[in-house]
Design a protein around this ligand. Structure first.
Ligand SMILES: [Zn+2]
Length: 131
């Protein structure tokens, strides 16, 4: 259910802010579950599997619609991708909402780039073919 929502947000089929609210206000919201799902989706969408860094990823980090001084944003910009995600997963509950919003934004940007490039002539990614 959440994975559908994540992809509908990424594909602009649901407004970003209302999508974030729908995920965060879900009575069954489970941070570790949504976090893991988003991390897998993001790592999958990033082209360079050696260090998961790319221009699109950096651009996504710099446009996250939250205050750049928030801890999750500082971590994302200060550490390499995998280390940053490991650190995010261990942050206290008070940061969870900011983390999910940040990662939804990063996935929306990186997945959009992927859909417009490698996937543009059709692909077998089930999540790119949802209605
Ligand atoms: Zn695809």
């Amino acid at each position: 259910m959440t994975s559908n929502l994540i992809n509908l947000i990424a594909q602009n089929k649901i407004d970003f802010n209302s999508g974030c609210k729908a995920i965060l206000n879900d009575s069954n919201f489970d941070f570790q579950l949504v976090f893991t799902e988003l991390r897998n989706y993001i790592f999958n969408a990033l082209p360079d599997k050696a260090n998961y860094n790319s221009e699109t990823y950096q651009k996504a980090l710099n446009t996250i619609p939250l205050k750049p001084t928030y801890t999750p944003l500082v971590i994302l910009k200060s550490f390499s991708t995998q280390i940053a995600f490991n650190k995010l997963q261990k942050l206290p509950k008070s940061e969870h909402e900011k983390i999910i919003i940040s990662l939804l934004w990063v996935f929306k940007q990186t997945d959009t780039e992927r859909r417009l490039t490698v996937c543009k002539n059709g692909c077998n990614h089930a999540w790119h073919n949802i209605e």
